[in-house]
Design a protein around this ligand. Sequence first.
Ligand code: SAM
Ligand code: SF4
Length: 338
Amino acid sequence: MPFQLKDSFGRTINNMRISVTDRCNFRCRYCMPEEGMVWMNKNELLTFEEIARIVQIVSRLGIHKIRLTGGEPLMRKELHLLVRQIAEVDGISDIAMTTNGYFLKEQARELSEAGLSRITVSLDSLDPIKFSEMTRRDYFHKVWESLELLTSLFDTAIKLNVVLIRGINDNEIEKFAELARTKLRPTDGGQAFIVRFIEYMPIGADDEWENSKVVPTHEIIERINLTFPPLIPIEYHGNQPADRFRFSDGVGEIGFISSVSEPFCSSCNRIRITSDGKLRTCLFSLHETDLKTPLRAGANDEILSEMIVDAVRKKEEGHLINRPGFVKPQRTMSQIGG
Ligand code: SAM
Ligand code: SF4
């Protein structure tokens, strides 16, 4: 029986998110302030070789899915070289990436050839003006061009992450649902996008989060059902944060990441590595395990492996958003790796 990385609540950890940089060319209002972000020095970031070594170690512990994120992962030069190194690690069956999409037009092809299997693009508005307001960058058209290219490169639907904020972009729920149903891949006519609505979480740098700005999943479903053939849950075996739904006429899929209204902590199967080499067992952890210092001091695989097993054993039962004990982590989503 292969090794299984288990925490003290019996959850099996088989999924690791790796932040490759804290830098970003966008300034999404819910994530970063407009000015004043202090970036890590380049020598603080794990090198590609260091990341690949950690991946080798965790793959022997049963982790087989990797997601690259950031900051904006494509701000890290030659990311395809890292993808190739990870793809060569025995036991890694899936390499995905979450990106704002800006650099994809230039890089998508070589990333795919290097072994990247799936890409999720964050896109909070289909209206170029609203997009600029939310990201503080006038880049909608560039991102859309990337998306058009992706639909012809990959033979599966591209996931679009949409963070809804009440009073800002919740008037676009129907437009996104329509997109999930009507936009097709030019290659084989399959659905081009799976739209995934993410509940707004209290982890940005702006401190503007309020519960009343979260648009809960049940409300989105009710809204969509007023206009489209009703959504039906898709039975899915395996762990993933999104609850998946299909439209009852069989056309299109929508996902919901209900981190605030219906946390999925009890089935959480993931850990995270920050770009400066800290292991986090939850997005909302208040504690990190420094892997970079021992790694750079020459620790062998066994020692690093034990540190990871020990940290996972102490993984939090769940986050406390909306409960009295909630403490917002010091680091923002872009610094932790979303
Ligand atoms: N820069 C990349 C991107 O935007 O896709 C990857 C990093 S970003 C931190 C990862 C995901 O976190 C994005 O889909 C983003 O929308 C989401 N995110 C950031 N801040 C959030 C917040 N306060 N609440 C919910 N989702 C958030
Ligand atoms: Fe950058 Fe992604 Fe944060 Fe937006 S959500 S500022 S794209 S890291």
